[in-house]
Design a protein around this ligand. Structure first.
Ligand code: F6P
Length: 324
């Protein structure tokens, strides 16, 4: 029987399981057996795979995480391990491999394609930093999680008249911070695409306090500041209580949103349809809400899908100059 392989790789993302279930069901619907590799590229290197059935994926559609585990593999950057992986793929007898993950996963898929493995890549990362698509699985869920938490934090900070400094995930991108700051009506957002120095942040807080906002909310994307230290400094320098909160993994766990569930189905269906049509080495994505495919070699070359237009709107709304 013909076979399709599947793996989930990198940081997990809500919607990975929904997509896995779709791929498994579509494979059998199209007359393929489905083979799951555990722990992303580690499973390829170790030849760790099994036949996954429709029964195995019952009940996982609306659950976060990944049934078949997800992992980052530093070994896989080494051509020696890539070759071992390609040999194991050949031994498994699959027609093609569907990889579900973020930009590191895409780089790995491109390496495999160069070694002759037929791949299809599906974007799944809360960071939304796969540039060949408008939307990666898990991003909408993470933004909703972050927004709900920021809403809650704002309420308690307002009651206690405290400044808050809230750090979102996003790796090297500001998408989660931007969307959740907008949706929760935060007062300022700091993203790596437009780094704000301490002077800027201080000027902004001063302006907010002077205009009667006793609990300004600052949302910052990770890896830019030591938020605990910055909060201590702000508290000292403004003589105004300030709290730092790192939202962390609470953004990444939990049930996928409706948007991510529907994208998971669309991506999974498109991936198996590509394989069945003999189309390989492409990344599946969305553009203007339509399914598109981009050659994987091009997908890994594409740059930032940060929504500069949304960022500009946010700034217009929150620029101190615009405050009465
Ligand atoms: O890529 C997803 C992500 O959650 C990033 O936002 C974050 O920087 C990173 O993974 C955390 O990685 P780890 O799970 O290895 O701590």
């Amino acid at each position: 029987m013909r076979k399709i392989g599947v793996l989930t790789s990198g940081g997990d993302a809500p919607g990975m399981n929904a997509c896995l279930k779709t791929v498994v069901e579509m494979s059998y619907n199209y007359g393929y057996e489905c083979i799951a590799f555990r722990r992303g590229y580690k499973g390829l290197i170790n030849g760790d795979y099994y036949k996954i059935t429709k029964k195995d994926v019952e009940g996982i559609f609306n659950v976060g995480g990944s049934l078949i585990y997800s992992a980052r593999s530093s070994d896989f950057k080494d051509i020696k391990y890539q070759k071992i992986a390609a040999e194991n793929v050949a031994k498994s007898g699959i027609t093609a491999l569907i990889v579900i993950g973020g930009n590191g996963t895409y780089l790995g898929a491109n390496d495999l394609a160069k070694l002759g493995v037929k791949v299809i890549a599906i974007p799944a990362t809360i960071d939304n930093d796969v540039h060949s698509t408008e939307s990666s699985l898990g991003f909408d869920s993470a933004v909703n999680n972050a927004t709900n938490m920021i809403d809650n934090i704002k309420q308690t900070m307002q009651a206690n008249e405290r400044i808050s400094l809230i750090e979102c995930m996003g790796r090297y991108g500001g998408n989660i911070a931007l969307y959740s700051a907008m949706a929760s009506q935060a007062d300022i957002v700091a993203v790596p695409e437009d780094p704000l120095d301490r002077e800027h942040i201080y000027r902004f807080i001063k302006d907010q306090l002077e205009h009667g906002n006793n609990s300004p909310t600052l949302v910052v994307a990770e890896k830019q500041y030591n938020v605990y230290q910055l909060a201590r400094d702000i508290e000292h320098d403004f003589n105004h209580e300030c709290r730092a909160v790192i939202l962390g993994y609470m953004q990444r766990g939990g049930r996928p949103t409706v948007k991510d569930r529907i994208s998971a189905i669309r991506y999974g269906v498109a991936a198996v349809e590509c394989i069945d049509a003999g189309i390989f080495n492409v990344a599946i994505g969305l553009s203007n809400d339509k399914i598109i495919t981009t050659p994987i070699a091009e997908a890994v070359q594409m740059h930032s899908n940060f929504r500069q237009d949304l960022y500009e709107s946010f700034k217009l709304l929150n620029n101190p100059r615009n405050k009465a």
